[in-house]
Design a protein around this ligand. Structure first.
Ligand SMILES: C[S@@+](CC[C@H](N)C(=O)[O-])C[C@H]1O[C@@H](n2cnc3c(N)ncnc32)[C@H](O)[C@@H]1O
Ligand code: SF4
Length: 279
């Protein structure tokens, strides 16, 4: 475990795109190649197992300084409709390349903050996608919600169009850490959105927590894990904080490198003694 933590204690890309962004080669990229690859991989998987669709909804109302996601900060909600119209136009471009009706097996709304969008706009997006696609017999739709702005109406609207999985950004419950990352959210707000999702019928509620944040100590991580256990999420993402200020300058330059726990301190967080991870 120790050597693994040391080996991977380096900045690296996270999920949602493949190949991951650092491997994109803009010199050899062309629209023609993109279309060919899309048509080939669609042909390989659509009839056999269905396709997976990831839709990026990049807006957030407030900037969390630690954030490494691709996002736009704005309080102007008039960006919602034109953004959805543009995503749908892009979807229609793909549809015109496909030789048969797409069968969607997995659909994920990521961000940014999907719940920045109104429930009505999210519903419009999903319904319009399915005007020209079928659901696979067994499908799994999921989205990322911010506990501070996920309403019961969001959860109900997405449930009504087939979503059964939601993951919430929690990060850390300590107030000092929350202030350092400019993201103050209470345990109660996470509790509400977790309970609402369960009451409505979601079968998987996930929480994201992070170790290695500015001013975060081992005690803060332990406190966060103990609180997380009270709510018993069905899934837990335990991320190592990715510090990439050369890419995410505005936010991550808001604190100094010396405000961050060292590699060894992070290592301790991943192999804590006691029953922190047990039920
Ligand atoms: C798009 S955000 C989640 C949805 C919503 N915007 C929110 O913040 O609640 C996805 C997750 O990526 C993780 N994340 C973002 N920036 C990170 C970083 N620099 N290092 C590690 N994890 C990060 C956070 O745990 C965050 O909850
Ligand atoms: S962590 Fe979530 S809410 Fe915060 S800036 Fe990143 S995407 Fe937006």
């Amino acid at each position: 475990m120790c050597s693994l933590v040391q080996k991977y204690n380096i900045p690296g890309p996270r999920y949602t795109s493949y190949p991951t962004v650092p491997y994109w080669n803009m010199e050899t990229f062309s629209g023609k190649k993109w279309n060919q690859t899309l048509i080939r991989s669609f042909g390989e998987s659509n009839a056999a197992e269905g396709i997976s669709l990831y839709i990026h909804l990049p807006f957030c109302e407030s900037m969390c300084t630690f954030c490494g996601c691709h996002k736009r900060i704005t309080k102007r909600h008039d960006v919602e409709s034109p953004y959805i119209d543009t995503v749908l136009r892009e979807w229609h471009l793909y549809r015109n390349l496909f030789s048969e009706k797409p069968i969607i097996k997995e659909l994920h709304l990521g961000g940014g903050t999907p719940t920045f969008f109104s429930p009505e706009n999210l519903k419009r997006l999903i319904n319009d996608i399915f005007r020209h696609a079928d659901r696979a017999e067994e499908y799994e739709f999921s989205f990322e919600g911010h506990p501070n702005n996920t309403s019961r109406e969001h959860l109900q609207a997405l449930y009504d169009v087939g979503f059964r999985r939601v993951s919430y950004g929690v990060q850390d419950y300590n107030e000092g850490v929350q202030k350092a990352i400019h993201r103050v959210q209470s345990f109660e707000s996470v509790q509400h959105v977790t309970e609402w999702a369960r009451e409505i019928g979601y079968t998987s509620v996930g929480h994201d927590i992070i170790f290695g944040l500015p001013h975060q100590t081992l005690e803060h991580v332990k406190e966060t894990i103990l609180k997380t256990k009270q709510l018993m999420p069905d899934r837990l993402a335990f991320y190592s904080y990715a510090h990439v200020p050369w890419l995410k300058g505005n936010g991550q330059r808001g604190y100094k490198d010396t405000d961050l726990p060292t590699g060894e301190e992070k290592e301790v967080s991943t192999k804590m003694e006691g029953n922190y991870w047990r039920k």
